[in-house]
Design a protein around this ligand. Sequence first.
Ligand SMILES: [Zn+2]
Length: 505
Amino acid sequence: MTAGRTPSKRILIAGLFHETHTFLTDPTPCSAFRFLHGDDLLSVAGDASPLGGTLEFALQHHWQVLPGVWGMAVPGGMVQDDVWAWYWEELRKRIDEHLRSGIDGIYLVLHGAMVCESLTDVEGELLRQLRAIPELAGLPIYGVLDLHANVSAAMIDLSDCLVAYRENPHADARVAAIRSARMLDERLENGPRLKQQLRQVAIVWPPTGTASSTDPMKSLLQRAREIEATDPAIRCINIIPGFAFADTPDTGLSISVIGTAEAESLTKVLDELEAMAWELAPLGVPSDLPLDDTLSRWLSSRPPGLTVIAEPSDNIGGGAPGDGTGLLRGLIRHEIENAAVCLNDPAAVAKLAEHSIGERVTLALGGRGSDLDDGPLELAYELLGLYDGRFELEDKQSHLASVAGDRFDMGRCAVVRYHGITILLTSERTPPMDLGQWRCVGLAPESFALIGVKAAVAHRRAYDLIAACNLTVATPGPCSSDLTTFPYQRLRRPVYPLDRVTRNR
Ligand SMILES: [Zn+2]
């Protein structure tokens, strides 16, 4: 670049964003994705998302944004191969068009834990394909990753700088995206070439062990910030616990360090943080209470008021099907009275709609969304009512409101009863974040002695208003904190806490 001339900043912006839970039965098809390209992609500038933040930064810093293709779907099962095939074909077409006038750099908005049927490392493959285009082989490639990315060697070797979120819940996704965009801008302004080094650590923590406000993440993130603050040659340290429910060779904790320092200094940083991760590792393995013990103890103490039992293994907000039967089976086994649960089962609702209120109908409920479940629970249930399932949110500032607006549609619903247990059946997965869900079907949630919710933490804002007691139990399900319940086949072994690991450093 000649001194005095404004540097050319023709930046291709693209991305692919999915957290793939490979143990779910239902795959994620192309139709589950929202794709943006051309002017639609540019129109996101300024919104609260990482892409919106990057585009806003680009405008402020006079980048000429070359829109690629950006695709996103909510967390779910294995992504079908045609999603990747379609995505790459579309992106390739746009790259060819942009290459006519030249490209100076690439910025990618990624999740980092996307898995397709025949690709365990979709992000690595994207980078491989980009680098295989001769004109892009030597260009700076920067980008942003979710804190739950499963980072591969290819992702680091084939990119210049990938910056991960530092907060969980992810309040800083947009900030992280802008941090990386700023580093790309410096490079375009003739800044130094950055080096990246990755350390995959033989540790896998369940999502419930990866909150940034508690250890192990809290201390690791804190130490990373201290190192960044004291060594100007270290530009960014990423502590990335990964997404345990994606069965891939890259799943688990990774630490990456980005800077201008010598390779040896980068390695030293990784050594220190890896040692610290091992010391703190047991704190990332929280255990939920055993179901039968918990219910027995609850029955003997019978606390006054409502007890809310959370079942993180079937956390709907985390991609789970919401039809697990574990807790319901427990309630039946212990003959609990005046309890309520909600299950997503559109087929059961359709069958019940053919019957009259008050009829006893033999049905196989739930248990289809995950192979880990004991399967559908066939019993004779009494039909109490049928409803349209639409409700107005009681809490319009909740997380559910930020997704759905003022109203939520659970699809057609039925309420059935089996002995002392009332079961709300929905046709659409409904994260339990608003009590309107119960009231719209004529049920007063505070009138029960016990309610089961398919969530980990996000339900607390609504239920804490009526709960006298909160419990969290372990049930078999796709979002269980107990990773020993998952039939891993591709995970790199040995790995803590599933195996005895001898540390090699
Ligand atoms: Zn995440």
